[in-house]
Ligand binder design. Structure first.
Ligand code: C2E
Ligand code: MG
Ligand code: MG
Ligand code: MG
Length: 279
């Protein structure tokens, strides 16, 4: 290692030279074969109704079992999939799989699916969602689509048209990672979101940091007056739940209840949490 370092200037494999583009190419090639090779899996994280103390849904979160890399988290491949357009096919797989798996859950349990900005180009997403619902038999009212604020930046007329078509199918639309992206609240007037998910960065300091308390308070005010459900993301302790309950937040999600887990564990998670939060 010392030798390589000493000759760093002449080294072919110095980061920032050939290694990164090469590694990126390899990742891209592997990613392009992953869907056909059945290497993706959906994990599910429970969403808890903290007014009624019941599990009310699960968020589907994609994982990639790469033979070369092991279990790859979405942050390490979703941005590349978006860049090379592969997110459209991966996203269709996610929608079909999530709807099919959720159709087997108890009827009061919903499923939330993340959808990227790149999936909103054209009108293909509406057809994909329609066919995922039809093929699975899942009631549209049990499906929630999660989008981030970045979607509101460009081409908002087209985005709004697609959002309205999705809503017309009977599902609901959530604003994910609220407060971290687009610095305008005007879009809350142009589209009736059903749910706002307050980003983990604001939940982290709840009860301790005055700024987090104030921001969560303000978001709850917006949700209350616009009739939007508020979900707190990244809840890790009971103190945060106490703070959220005192502010009449509706739902919570985070490691406190469960990390994302394979679909085979969904029923056990429901039973465990429904028992646990009553005590
Ligand atoms: P997200 O939609 O905001 O999902 C929440 C992320 O926070 C998940 O990370 C989850 O594991 C993590 N998380 C949940 N509770 C806690 C907690 O208490 N503490 C901490 N530290 N983290 C918590 P994950 O699964 O790695 O997903 C990251 C992001 O990747 C997601 O953020 C979403 O934007 C994206 N993503 C995941 N699955 C898909 C998908 O199927 N399609 C698309 N387009 N994006 C996806
Ligand atoms: Mg999400
Ligand atoms: Mg989120
Ligand atoms: Mg987040």
């Amino acid at each position: 290692r010392a030798k390589a370092h000493g000759r760093g200037r002449y080294c072919y494999f110095e980061p920032g030279m050939d290694v990164l583009p090469q590694e990126r190419r390899r990742l891209e090639l592997d990613l392009r074969t992953a869907l056909a090779a059945n290497q993706f899996e959906l994990y599910y994280q429970p969403i808890v109704d903290i007014e009624r103390d019941l599990v009310c849904g699960f968020e589907a979160l994609i994982r990639w079992h790469s033979p070369q890399r092991g279990l790859v988290p979405p942050a390490d491949f979703i941005p590349l999939a978006e860049e090379i357009g592969l997110i459209v096919d991966i996203g269709a797989w996610v929608l079909h799989s999530a709807c099919r798996e959720a159709a087997a859950w108890p009827e009061h349990i919903k499923v939330a699916v993340n959808v990227s900005v790149a999936q909103f180009r054209g009108f293909g997403l509406v057809d994909t969602v329609r066919s995922a619902l039809a093929a699975s038999g899942l009631a549209p009212t049990r499906l929630e689509i999660e989008i981030t604020e970045s979607i509101m930046i460009n081409d908002s007329a087209h985005t709004c048209a697609v959002l309205h078509q999705l809503k017309a199918l009977g599902l609901s639309i959530s604003m994910d990672d609220f407060g971290t992206g687009y610095s305008s609240l005007g879009y809350l007037r142009s589209f009736p979101f059903d749910k706002i998910k307050i980003d983990r960065s604001f939940i982290e300091g709840l009860g301790e940091a005055a700024d987090c308390n104030a921001i969560v308070q303000a978001v709850m005010g917006i949700c209350d007056s616009l009739g939007i459900i508020a979900t707190a993301e990244g809840v890790e302790n009971q103190e945060q739940i106490a703070q959220l309950k005192s502010r009449n937040c509706h739902q919570a999600q985070g490691y406190l209840y469960s990390k994302p887990r394979p679909s085979s564990e969904v029923n056990c998670i429901i039973d465990r949490i429904d028992l646990q939060v009553r005590h």
